[in-house]
Design a protein around this ligand. Sequence first.
Ligand code: IDP
Ligand code: MG
Length: 137
Amino acid sequence: MSQRTLVLLKPDAVRRGLIGEIIGRIERKADWSITAMELRELGQDTLEQHYGEHRGKPFYEPLVAFMASGPVVALVVEGERVIEGVRRLAGPTDPIAAEPGSIRGDFGTIVRENLIHASDSEESAIRELKIFFPGIS
Ligand code: IDP
Ligand code: MG
């Protein structure tokens, strides 16, 4: 089942020079392709839309500040079961709990600065792709 997902390489990944490493892992999966990609800084409005489900939680404000602390790389990735697949490559939210071999497990230590965002369902992917790449329907 071919799908599309939104991936964000968070500001920590960009600052640490891990863009190529992370994109390489996505690129090497068979039958997936990157169909849009942009380095950009995220404004408050975009972040509030994107992380709206977390508003009110204790980590929300620091998360938004972190996500605005430097550029991110936003990508559209298309391919077979790519929504579940990129989430598996990323690993669970807490990088210490994430398996070594996953992106978060290999490169992260603190929960907020966990390197990558990936849509968690088809519904989220559609919603998030509209925010970041409104030209793609
Ligand atoms: P996900 O990115 O694995 O889908 P979510 O629960 O949707 O995780 O949380 C969004 C982001 O908020 C996480 O990727 C992480 O950067 C941050 N975050 C989530 N929970 C915490 C927390 O307990 N402390 C600090 N930051 C958190
Ligand atoms: Mg999430």
